[in-house]
Write a protein that binds this ligand. Structure first.
Ligand SMILES: [Cu+2]
Length: 174
């Protein structure tokens, strides 16, 4: 399984801008998130957000909480969006101090009457080959396909570089 190391992983998961010039943009402001949850069958997607990207950055991360109110487990099989050449489902592991990302084989399991959080440093949606930078205040449409629940298109609110949550929360990354 191919892994993606170093600069891309840091930029997506720690909000470390890969381009020095972007440090000037470090003032973090909260952007109100598109609050509405997105539903299909027993699946609810909430707190959907993506992190702003630097101009030269070709990869970006998408995050959200996926709730399954049903009695049967489901599985997020794929994600698609027009903003990037390719969208993958990724997980993160540490390898000798280096953060690596790799595609999740078989999708992300969503337990019955449970939930899974896609967040920095863990499961995430990976935009590869961004056609344009993701800018704060914009929303990114992503169509999620589940094994049982079918498809739903969520809009991910773009938060500033360095954000660690949907409210632009900034947890001590300086
Ligand atoms: Cu990734």
């Amino acid at each position: 399984m191919p892994t993606i190391a170093c600069r891309a992983a840091r930029a997506v998961h720690r909000g470390v801008a890969p381009v020095l010039a972007v440090a000037a943009l470090s003032t973090v402001t909260s952007t109100p998130i598109a609050a509405e949850p997105y539903r299909t069958a027993s699946i609810t997607v909430s707190d959907a957000w993506a992190r702003e990207t630097a101009p030269a950055q070709k990869a970006g991360g998408g995050f959200m909480i996926i709730d399954n109110a049903g009695n049967r487990a489901d599985r997020l099989l794929s994600a698609a969006s027009g903003v990037a050449d390719k969208v993958e489902l990724h997980t993160v592991s540490m390898d000798g101090g280096v953060m690596r990302m790799r595609p999740v084989a078989g999708g992300i399991a969503i337990p019955a009457r449970g939930k899974v959080e896609l967040r920095p440093g863990s499961f995430h949606i990976m935009f590869m080959g961004l056609k344009a930078p993701l800018r704060r205040g914009e929303t990114v449409p992503v169509t999620l396909r589940f094994a049982r629940a079918g498809t739903v298109t969520a809009r991910l609110a773009v938060q500033p570089i360095g954000a660690m949550g949907p409210d632009g929360g900034h947890h001590g990354h300086h």
